[in-house]
Design a protein around this ligand. Sequence first.
Ligand SMILES: NC(=O)c1ccc[n+]([C@@H]2O[C@H](COP(=O)([O-])OP(=O)(O)OC[C@H]3O[C@@H](n4cnc5c(N)ncnc54)[C@H](OP(=O)(O)O)[C@@H]3O)[C@@H](O)[C@H]2O)c1
Length: 218
Amino acid sequence: MWELVPSLSHTVSVKFKFQIPKPRNCITVRPWMNKYSSIRCAGKVNRWSLNGMNALVTGGTRGIGHAIVEELCGLGATVHMCARNEDELGTCLRSWKDEGFTVSGSLCDVSSQVDRQKLMEVVSSTFNGKLDILINNAGTNIRKAMVDFTAEEFSSLMATNFESVFHLCQLAYPLLKASGAGSVVFTSSVSGFVSLKSMSLQGATKGMVFPFFSRLYG
Ligand SMILES: NC(=O)c1ccc[n+]([C@@H]2O[C@H](COP(=O)([O-])OP(=O)(O)OC[C@H]3O[C@@H](n4cnc5c(N)ncnc54)[C@H](OP(=O)(O)O)[C@@H]3O)[C@@H](O)[C@H]2O)c1
């Protein structure tokens, strides 16, 4: 029912296969993309268009998530994004509005089930019960030796990097299905399949994406 589509070294997308085909595009997201990426995207619009599509990006105020928001907008998508820091969220939304992008946003700690449920309610209401693209980007890292982790740090890392993704995929399922051809993207990491010093637990949270989500809804 779903297909794993390797796109980047640390990004995996999963697509519905059984529904009404819609044009799908491959989006290349680079960590060094900045706010000017959208300008560069303008040249791609003819070949690569997401016009009429909507997307949810978790962790869109900084880094890779910020670049993803701008890339999607540059390709014509309407985006809802979330993060925890209210000031940064507001700054990003104002900046995107000035640039002419259609982006809305809400506060959400993806490690909290209550917040995740609220987020999906907002998304459903914003996009009339349909979601074309879910980008599970929000994630974090605690770099330390496995023996030094406290129980709280373990839970926090698992909840932010893995539980959040699992439950958001569950909550988004009806919306993705309603869109006719939903796509889910996971921002994984090389740490998920290569051993990196002081990142064994973070690597585990990122590596779980590969076996687990290859049959996400199957
Ligand atoms: N940077 C890399 O080299 C690299 C390499 C491989 C994989 N990745 C993965 O790529 C993703 C993005 O990394 P990045 O380096 O771009 O991160 P970043 O610059 O630290 O940005 C993280 C974003 O996620 C949000 N976020 C963090 N925790 C959150 C939570 N609990 N709930 C909601 N939003 C949260 C942050 O906003 P708030 O703090 O306001 O919530 C921010 O918008 C992560 O999943 C990371 O593991 C990164």
